[in-house]
Design a binder for this molecule. Structure first.
Ligand code: NAP
Length: 258
């Protein structure tokens, strides 16, 4: 059951945080795993840490997902190295905050370029290989923010994460005939490098609002991604699944005893 050995996987934004957690789960499950990001130094450090944790190959690729040509080159490199691609985890994303009253057009364009265009471009670039796989999988990293919840300063971010789900529902229909599934993971608050930059006060406040009492670990997202990537999950498509320690459930802080 759930044998991921010899599955070939590409994780965008795989050098840090949630992407790195996803990649580490796939490596340990025996898959061949490529990670893509912009910083070559971070990629090299991540590849060095993951290499040898499993029997498969680990590959690093420098790519900016907001650039369609870079996504095409990324996909070609992975297909060349692994002989194909079964699973794309379109995870790369940014979450700078910007209050609505002062948000600039440049800030709006930047976040859409990475989180929305980056999702489209990565999937488009990998499409031929995913179809050729015969059991191709697209796993999007969306968020609870936007699809379910809101947070001051993140109206633009929430809009991009909800846009990914709009993309998913039609992509899932278009690709169903090729046996390619498209699903989304909605992380709650996960201890990534990006999260650490939010500061202790933010993190402690979040922890108080989570029924499980703590932020999640990057691998918590990886375990769901691994299931969605399996051949056994082939009939599950177009679904958005929250992994959030129950964060979206309470109606008030009292409900979590806070
Ligand atoms: P992170 O720690 O900041 O890591 C982001 C990763 O994405 C890095 O590898 C980064 O590498 C890469 N990246 C950023 N922009 C890129 C671009 N234009 N092209 C290619 N790679 C790019 O972030 P994270 O917290 O793990 O978040 C990852 C995903 O999870 C995002 O989509 C985010 O919206 C989502 N998410 C996170 C949380 C959370 O609590 N952490 C909650 C909900 C959803 P480079 O900078 O080198 O490119």
């Amino acid at each position: 059951m759930f044998d991921l050995q010899h599955r070939t996987v590409l994780v965008t934004g795989g050098s840090k945080g949630i992407g790195r957690g996803i990649a580490s789960v796939f490596v340990r499950a025996g898959a061949d795993v490529a990670i893509a990001a912009r910083s070559a130094g971070d990629i090299d450090a991540c590849v060095a840490a993951l290499d040898g944790l499993g029997p498969g190959k680990v590959l690093g690729v420098v790519a900016d997902v907001s650039d369609r040509a870079a996504c095409d080159a990324m996909a070609a490199t992975v297909v060349d190295a692994f002989g194909g691609l079964d699973v794309l985890c379109a995870n790369a994303g940014i979450f700078p905050d910007a209050p609505l009253a002062t948000m600039t057009p440049e800030q709006l364009n930047e976040i859409f370029a990475v989180n929305v265009n980056g999702t489209f471009f990565s999937v488009q670039a990998c499409l031929d290989a995913l179809i050729a796989s015969g059991s191709g999988r697209v796993i999007l990293t969306s968020s609870i923010t936007g699809p379910i919840t809101g947070f001051p300063g993140w109206s633009h971010y929430g809009a991009t994460k909800a846009a990914q789900l709009g993309f998913m529902r039609t992509a899932a229909i278009e690709l169903a005939k090729h046996k390619v599934t498209v699903n989304a993971v909605l992380p709650g608050n996960i201890m990534s490098e990006g999260m650490v930059e939010m500061g202790e006060e933010y993190i402690n406040g979040m922890a108080r609002s989570i029924p499980m009492g703590a932020l999640g670990e990057p691998e918590d997202i990886g375990y769901l991604a691994a299931f969605l990537a399996s051949r056994e999950a082939g009939y599950l498509t177009g679904q958005a699944i929250a992994v959030d320690g129950g964060q979206v459930l309470p109606e008030s802080l009292e409900a979590v005893g806070g």
